[in-house]
Design a protein around this ligand. Structure first.
Ligand code: ZN
Length: 160
């Protein structure tokens, strides 16, 4: 069966950056998504359309088709007093914060100074060239429920 809209695709993937460093891979062998529902980044979804079970695909995804370009306006100084326990903050710590339009963001601490910290609201993979190595394990028709929900359900049925 070929990958297209309203198909549930199970795949193995390994994601590396341009230097071949491992960024992510599918846990316990596989990952399933609903094609055509923006469950995965557009650059990968487009490259998988029309592929079939057993195909091995390598896909290079530029930031604009992945997690977007880095935006320096997403760097913000935050007073240390805003953190419950300022002494626990470390570079690399991540926090949930509210973005300019009220959306939830994950921000990463990138710098610590005496009175404030600098947090970065960019997605950790913003501006990164992504290299996927994908093996397509299974392609099946989505159920009516999956299409209604806009995502794939696991083999045991509904699990969110
Ligand atoms: Zn659901």
């Amino acid at each position: 069966m070929q990958i297209g809209d309203q198909k549930v695709v199970t795949l193995h993937y390994i994601l590396t950056d341009s230097e071949g460093r491992l960024i992510d891979k599918s846990d316990d062998g596989s990952f399933a998504y609903l094609h055509g529902a923006s469950n995965i980044i557009p650059g990968l979804e487009d490259a998988l359309a029309g592929r079939s079970t057993g195909d091995e695909v390598t896909v290079a995804v530029a930031p604009e088709d992945g997690y977007g370009a880095r935006n320096d306006a997403m760097l913000q100084q935050v007073p240390k007093s805003m953190f419950e326990d300022g002494s626990q903050i470390a570079v690399g710590s991540q926090f949930h914060a509210q973005g300019p339009n009220g959306e939830m963001l994950v921000v990463t601490v990138v710098e610590i100074e005496d009175e404030h910290v600098v947090v970065d609201g960019n997605h950790p993979l913003a501006g990164v060239d992504l290299h996927f190595s994908v093996t397509i394990v299974d392609v099946r028709d989505a159920s009516a429920e999956e299409i209604e929900h806009g995502h794939a359900h696991g083999p045991e049925g509904h699990h969110h």
